[in-house]
Design a protein around this ligand. Structure first.
Ligand code: ADP
Length: 651
């Protein structure tokens, strides 16, 4: 009960009013008291005073207690209204109760007023409390509903006895279903489970129900309306009856597809990183072996050469071995440089018109001795007439591609034959290199084009090689707009194919490259009479001696300089010089600059640049600065002799 109860009395008889007040004062109710005589006052006071309880006479002048009751019910329905009357009969009393009065007290027995008031006030309090509770419950239910439907999580609540599962709308919409499209029972949930996840998910639920695990938690896939699966993380808790038997389990579920996808990607990336790490390590140790082996040969046989009484045939043998090892080392270094350039995106394409028939013929000539030495028959087929075999492509790269494939074919074939060539397939030329060699295992057919793979496999059949050749080859083919693939049967042989666009748009303007490529025999034979005055501009002593030795075949007047400034000077002082072998990388002034300066006063001297292999654009830069030709380092004597013949042999 409130501490101070506000009482309003409507009574037109002053004596009765005093009597009633007196009676109230005798009660234990702590109160404020207000008395009004008339209906108008009553109406006003209800609004201002806001009573906790109303006492009203029944027979009033001009109105009855029922009118007051009607008014009070409108204004304050929860305020107890007690009729206090002297004249009322039982029937009227019952009528007032029916109309909404809370009680009635007869004036003759006013002593009952105290208990009637207390009872009414108590009832009021109870009503108010339960109304508040009802309101609270309603709010919390609404809040819960809002939380369920508004949450990103789906809610499920499974009644284990009836096997009904309440699935919230969000639960269903998470998978793309409308509310009515999924029935609320266990089997509709189970039917959505991914077959691979069924066993584990149901087992996890079972373990939880058996109290073997605390929070039910599981990750599984559920089928969406569109047929795809989503990754779900579900958690839940069982409720047990007094016999410890679970009767209900409820929880929520979250769509974790995105996280899962990230997780899967991360795992893949990690595996890839580990794999590439492993391959790199394997590659490095293989590379180290590949470099050390020829190095061993070079240093070892060079040491043996020092033997003072070495027979000349032995000497020749050792020198040949040193040469072979050097070549092998050069191949490895070239491959490493190429792959590094490809990886770094520095490999440029330099398209020119190129006659594939000529290239194929040249490669055939070049490899014939090697094939024959192994007892293999090497043949080629050019299927287009020469004037139609000109395509706009990167000549050097096409050369490298075919060379690599033919080289491999010889390497991996022990008996039989190798045939290579091309066929025109509409807008493409399809090249092939076919051998009758050892073939390639089916499961390695794709891997052989992957970098470092050779290094990773314990392939007893693999012969010398770092496993970069095909990777480089594939990159080149793709750079030129083609594709490469292989067909192979273990023990029977392999055919490598690649395509190049048959790009002949400007065919008619084509001039064949004016480089003369002589066959090996031809290039070593020089006219005896050649005796040139040569200037060797070279700052590396070993390279200079090598050039001097080679040059002695066609000269006995050799001048040597070690930087650009000296070279220009020497040239000015010796206007009769026939040939300058110009190193590009020199101290003080480089070869390009020196050539430019020489061209200012000497247009006739033949200048051949020696360019460091692998630096893109060297060749073009050399020609631009005024050189007649170029040579790649390390200097190959046969090629140098070919160039000498080209520039000095006049018939
Ligand atoms: P490598 O320099 O080691 O020869 P490649 O990249 O050129 O490396 O070749 C990769 C691998 O592919 C070789 O080690 C070899 O196992 C296989 N392979 C390449 N060409 C042939 C071929 N014509 N016949 C059989 N196996 C080949």
């Amino acid at each position: 009960m409130k501490e101070t109860v506000k009482i309003l009395l409507l009574e037109d008889n002053i004596y009765d009013a005093e009597l009633i007040h007196h009676q109230i004062l005798k009660s234990s109710i702590k109160h404020q008291f207000k008395h009004v005589f008339e209906f108008d006052d009553f109406m006003e006071t209800i609004d201002d005073y806001i009573p906790d309880i109303i006492l009203s006479d029944y027979n009033l002048v001009g109105f009855t207690g029922l009118d007051a009751l009607e008014f009070a019910k409108q204004k304050c329905p929860l305020t107890p209204f007690i009729i206090v009357t002297g004249t009322i009969d039982e029937e009227t009393a019952a009528e007032t109760i029916k109309k909404g009065a809370w009680d009635y007290v007869v004036k003759e027995r006013l002593t009952r007023l105290d208990s009637a008031m207390k009872k009414a006030l108590q009832l009021k309090e109870e009503i108010e409390k339960s109304a508040i509770n009802r309101e609270k419950l309603k709010i919390s239910e609404e809040r819960f509903k809002l939380a369920i439907e508004g949450s990103q999580d789906g809610i499920w609540d499974w009644d284990l006895k009836s096997n009904e599962i309440y699935l919230s709308s969000r639960w269903k919409s998470m998978l793309g279903y409308e509310d009515h499209e999924i029935e609320n029972n266990y089997s509709s949930w189970e039917s959505l489970l991914h077959p691979d996840d069924k066993e584990l998910t149901i087992a996890a639920l079972g373990n939880h129900l058996k109290k073997e695990t605390p929070f039910y938690k599981a990750e599984f896939r559920l089928k969406c309306k569109n047929g795809q699966y989503k990754w779900i993380f579900a958690r839940g808790k069982a409720i047990y009856d007094k016999n410890n038997k679970p009767y209900r389990v409820a929880g929520s579920q979250t769509d974790i597809s995105e996280q899962k996808l990230m997780e899967i990607r991360l795992i893949k990336a990690k595996e890839k990183a580990e794999e590439s790490d492993r391959l790199k390590t394997a590659f490095l140790s293989n590379m180290s072996h590949e470099i050390r082996t020829p190095m061993n040969g070079i240093l070892g046989f060079a040491g043996l050469l020092k033997e003072p009484k070495l027979e000349s045939y032995k000497q020749k043998e050792f020198i040949e071995l040193i040469e072979k090892s050097g070549l092998r080392m050069l191949n490895i270094i070239n491959d490493i440089i190429d792959i590094s350039k490809i990886e770094a995106g520095l490999m440029k394409i330099d398209k020119k018109y190129s006659n594939v028939n000529e290239q194929i013929e040249y490669i055939d000539t070049f490899f014939k001795p090697e094939a024959e030495e192994k007892g293999l028959k090497l043949t080629f087929k050019n299927t287009l007439p020469t004037d139609e075999a000109v395509i706009f492509t990167d000549r050097e790269k096409v050369f490298a591609i075919i060379t690599n494939l033919v080289k491999n074919a010889i390497k991996y074939t022990n008996k039989g034959s190798i045939e290579f060539g091309y066929n025109r397939k509409e807008t493409q030329l399809e090249f092939y290199v076919k051998d009758t060699g050892i073939g390639i295992q089916k499961d390695r057919l794709v891997a052989i084009f992957e970098r470092f793979i050779q290094a990773d496999i314990m392939d007893k059949m693999a012969l010398q090689g770092a496993g970069l050749g095909l990777t480089i080859t594939k990159s080149y083919v793709e750079m030129l707009g083609g594709t490469i693939w292989v067909e192979s049967k273990e023990g029977l042989g392999s055919t490598f194919y690649f395509t190049l666009p048959y790009d002949t748009e400007k065919n008619e303007k084509h001039h064949t490259n004016n480089e003369i490529i002589l066959d090996q025999e031809e290039c070593t034979i020089l006219p005896k009479s050649l005796d040139l005055k040569i200037l060797i501009a070279e700052d590396d002593e070993t390279s200079a001696s090598l050039l001097t030795i080679i040059s002695k075949k066609f000269s006995h007047k050799i001048i040597k300089t070690i930087n650009g400034i000296e070279t220009v000077e020497a040239c000015r002082n010796n206007p009769d010089i026939d040939l300058i072998l110009m190193d590009i990388k020199m101290q003080k002034m480089d070869g390009y600059k020196a050539t430019k300066q020489i061209r200012e006063f000497n247009k006739n001297v033949i200048i051949i640049a020696q360019t460091a292999y692998g630096l893109s654009g060297d060749k073009e830069k050399a020609i631009e600065s005024g050189c007649n030709d170029y040579l790649s380092k390390p200097i190959n004597s046969k090629i140098l002799l070919t160039l000498i013949k080209k520039h000095f042999y006049k018939g």
